[in-house]
Design a protein. Structure first.
Length: 478
């Protein structure tokens, strides 16, 4: 094993040089934002147009580096705590910028996987892909008269991703040794979590199992559709699924204008679905982006792509649940305690500073956004606060953050004054007995004592806030 490492390092060297050649100029440009001459001088003056041009260039370079970097960029596109705008929005566009593999390569991959002519296994196989992702692409077909989609792993992608993730982790680790900053550590956490799960995402037999597992868990949810797996055709590189038609959640403008889709029920279904996954089941669809979420003609949510499904430990689920309830109560102390229990606080952070930051964020989240302009200002404040926080997102919370960012993005797209916490709070409170019962481990409903404790905590929080407001503003006028 030790003898293989130098040999592998030499094999990786050309690729390492390509990565450094493409990314080093961008890194140096970012460093000059803080020090004009890298080590000395004030930060270089940057206009908004400059940031937008640089964000576009980052997208081009990342796309040129291939599937591993595109997939990572999609994950970072949900990390407002690590990446500010306009870079956040630019990275999100990479979902739609992956060129498809040539049909000849895809057809050969199908023939190898099935050990048969693909046209004898399925019929009307369309050579033009329905969708092309960073790891695989999807083609329409029929099977025994049923409309299906055939998902195919990009040929050779496993070796490419394994190598590039290894090199990316080595580069970031080297940077962290020289510059142990909280944001660099956050990037390391994302890379480590991605490395731990990306292999599962490239195993379509595992995805078939996870898809059926999720269908069984949500069989009683009429507002959600999950495709059936066609049995007997799944291979590590190929998956055949029932074709479910729908419109992407970020392309619903016409449907909403015509009244066929309503934003509030859609978001409530989305929030309830992911809350049940994360908190009730501990089985989480960890790749939420608009391409994986559709709305069908009846207004039902269609959930696709179960390549990245992760298990969430019971301790994490309970700590997250407690933290969410504290945030709903606007309890800064409880929310701060929850962040600490979840391992989200950077080492050495002053608890008083953290609590003050939590107070600030809760204040922003609950502010009345009376105008579009005020909504924009508040959103900018949230981004600044998150980017400057001593906050880390460990393990599974990396993917939870992606879901939160997705919901926020969908809401803001169709409603400029959207407030996610005001929509999510009643959904979570409505589900709290179901979620708490699942987290006790025995499926029992919460005891009267547990319910009373939760209610007492809520009322106490409200009473404390009322007293504080009275002391600060005086008695309300009659």
């Amino acid at each position: 094993m030790e003898a293989e490492r130098p040999e592998r390092a030499w094999r990786d060297l050309p690729r390492l040089l390509v990565i450094l050649w493409r990314l080093t100029p961008l890194v140096l440009s970012l460093l000059r934002d803080r020090r004009r001459w890298l080590w000395v001088g004030p930060g270089a003056t940057r206009s908004r147009k400059f940031h937008e041009r640089r964000a576009e260039r980052i997208v081009r370079e990342v796309a040129a580096l291939g599937p591993a970097f595109v997939k990572l960029a999609q994950i970072f596109a949900a990390r407002a705590d690590l990446i500010p705008e306009p870079y956040l929005g630019a990275l999100a566009s990479l979902t739609d910028q992956v060129p498809p593999e040539p049909w000849s390569a895809i057809r050969s991959a199908l023939a190898r996987a099935w050990d048969a002519d693909p046209d004898r296994v399925v019929h009307a196989l369309d050579p033009v892909p329905l969708a092309a992702g960073s790891l695989g692409q999807v083609h329409r077909a029929t099977y025994e008269g049923l409309p299906v989609v055939v998902k195919v792993l990009r040929p050779g992608v496993e070796a490419i991703v394994t190598r590039d993730v290894r090199l990316a982790r080595a580069i970031v680790s080297a940077v962290y040794r020289r510059w142990p900053h909280v944001h660099v550590h956050g990037v390391r956490v994302v890379l480590d979590e991605f490395a731990a799960h990306v292999g599962d995402e490239m195993d379509f037999e595992r995805e078939a199992i996870q898809c059926e597992r999720m269908r069984a868990r949500f069989a009683d949810e009429p507002r959600l559709r999950i495709p059936r797996v066609v049995p007997g055709l799944a291979r590590r590189e190929v998956l055949v699924l029932e074709y479910l038609e729908g419109t992407r959640v970020d392309q619903l403008d016409q449907a909403m204008a015509a009244g066929r889709v309503s934003l509030q029920p859609l978001l409530e279904t989305l929030i309830a679905t992911y809350a049940r996954m994360m908190l009730r089941d501990g089985v989480f669809h960890a790749d939420p982006h608009p391409g994986n979420l559709l709305v069908d003609a009846d207004g039902r949510l269609v959930l696709l792509d179960f390549g990245m499904v992760i298990d969430v430990p019971a301790t994490t689920r309970r700590a997250l649940f407690d933290t969410i309830l504290a945030a709903i109560r606007r309890d800064a102390v409880g929310t701060t305690r929850g962040f600490t229990a979840l391992g989200m606080v950077a080492p050495g952070t002053d608890p008083a500073v953290l609590e003050a930051l939590v107070e600030t964020l809760l204040g922003i989240a609950y502010s009345e956004t009376a105008t579009v302009e005020r909504a924009r200002v508040l959103a900018d404040r949230v981004m600044r606060e998150l980017f400057n926080w001593p906050i880390l997102l460990p393990g599974e919370l990396v993917y939870f953050a992606r879901t939160a960012a997705l919901i926020e993005g969908i809401g803001a797209r169709y409603d400029r004054q959207f407030n996610s916490i005001r929509v999510a709070s009643p959904v979570v409170l409505r589900l709290r007995h179901e979620l708490l019962a699942a987290m006790t481990g025995d499926g029992r409903p919460p005891t009267r004592l547990e319910v009373a404790s939760a209610a007492l905590g809520y009322l106490t929080g409200r009473a404390v806030r009322t007293v504080r407001r009275f002391l600060r503003e005086g008695a309300p006028s009659a």
